[in-house]
Design a protein around this ligand. Structure first.
Ligand code: 5GP
Ligand code: MN
Length: 350
């Protein structure tokens, strides 16, 4: 069990704020992943049970719940901040407490950030990213050494409430983030506490294989065909630099009818090749470009992402750039040391 980063007084204060709360909000980041959805809903379900009767608890995601995760318990309660703008504003205005999970700064909520920053309610952060934005929160539970926010939620609530509000639904939510943020227990799981958390959660009769299938084996035919195109026509390999990169213009995406959600996980293919050590994926959006960076061993891609105005973890980081797609690509190539280097031409070299 992880306890190192917790202050007993902070835990007592947080527990009291939940117990007195009348209207409480939970918020996670734009383009939510399994850890964002899992920690958001796991915490929502426990707060439901811990809070006073008649109070209102609302989970919010800036652009809603991705289709991979709509099966999670209570996912239908998630307010989509972008589509349900008025609902979000009303709930935020009424809120006495906002709990932010799996983000280190309000700007990760994108179009909700300004309103979240300006809100007068108490704000609590539960997160495992580096450099939490301390001035924006009244209480912070931050543990960058921990696998996932879901794991952190498990240990924090155990310290606060023992296992009083845990049940199978909560365990299903928390296991989801543990699974996705470690790539199915393949990385970011160096600490024993990660596996201890998994052991705690399976006690609640969850089905790890079923959860894994619901998260991973969900491709549409279009998405599968797009992956073929991506690997055949957009994957650039730089053997000397041990770098692999994929970049997708809006045109590429329109051609196959895919979006950002469909590309979740595609960046990991860059590191599947034995010799590759750093991988990048760029995806053009309207007015900006999303950059995803991944590393196997020595390279710290978090530092690289920071140079692009983003952040993340040492082995998985990202940024959102407002320069043009072409300019962003140039900048990423420069940071990766592949500017002016010819990629491998596989058709001719076989
Ligand atoms: P992904 O490449 O899967 O989008 O993101 C990997 C990690 O990088 C995320 O868990 C998050 O910590 C970080 N990240 C991704 N996009 C951004 C961004 O636009 N800004 C910041 N600060 N971090 C990001
Ligand atoms: Mn996470």
């Amino acid at each position: 069990m992880y306890t190192k980063g917790f202050d007993i007084q902070d835990i007592a204060t947080f527990g009291q704020w939940i117990a007195e709360g009348q209207n409480m909000l939970l918020v996670s980041h734009m383009n939510a992943d399994g850890d964002a959805c899992g920690s958001l809903l796991g915490m929502t379900l426990m707060m439901d049970r811990a809070a006073r009767e008649g109070c209102r608890i609302t989970p919010v995601l800036p652009n809603g719940c991705p289709k991979n995760f709509v099966w999670l318990p209570s996912a239908d309660r998630i307010v989509n901040g972008e589509k349900e703008r008025e609902e979000w504003r009303k709930r935020l205005e009424e809120a006495d407490l906002a709990v932010c999970v799996d983000l280190n700064t309000p700007s990760r909520t994108d179009m909700l950030a300004e309103e979240l920053r300006a809100a007068q309610c108490r704000k609590v952060l539960i997160d495992h990213h580096h450099n939490p934005d301390r001035k924006e929160f009244d209480l912070i539970f931050s543990a960058p050494e921990i696998s996932s926010t879901c794991e952190l939620v498990l240990w924090l609530t155990k310290a606060m409430w023992e296992e009083r509000f845990m049940n199978r639904d909560v365990a299903t939510c928390l296991y989801t983030g543990l699974n996705t943020d470690t790539g199915g227990f393949a990385f970011s799981c160096e600490q024993p506490s990660c596996f201890e958390a998994a052991a705690e959660l399976v006690k609640y009769d969850i089905h790890p294989a079923e959860i894994h299938n619901r998260i991973v084996n969900t491709f549409s035919v279009d998405r599968m065909r797009f992956y073929g195109f991506a690997l055949n026509e957009r994957l650039r390999i730089y053997p000397a630099q041990r770098v692999a990169l994929m970049a997708f213009s809006l045109r590429d995406q329109e051609r196959f009818g895919v979006n950002g959600e469909d590309m979740e996980g595609l960046v990991n293919y860059t590191l599947m090749m034995k010799e590759m050590e750093v991988g990048a994926l760029l995806r053009e959006e309207r007015g900006r470009t999303k950059v995803s960076l991944r590393a196997k061993y020595g390279v710290d891609v978090n530092l690289m992402a920071q140079k692009l105005g983003g952040g993340g973890h040492t082995k998985a980081a990202g940024a959102t750039c407002t320069m043009s797609f072409e300019k962003t690509l140039e900048e990423v190539e420069r940071l990766l040391g592949i500017a002016d280097v010819e990629p491998l031409h596989w058709e001719t070299e076989r």
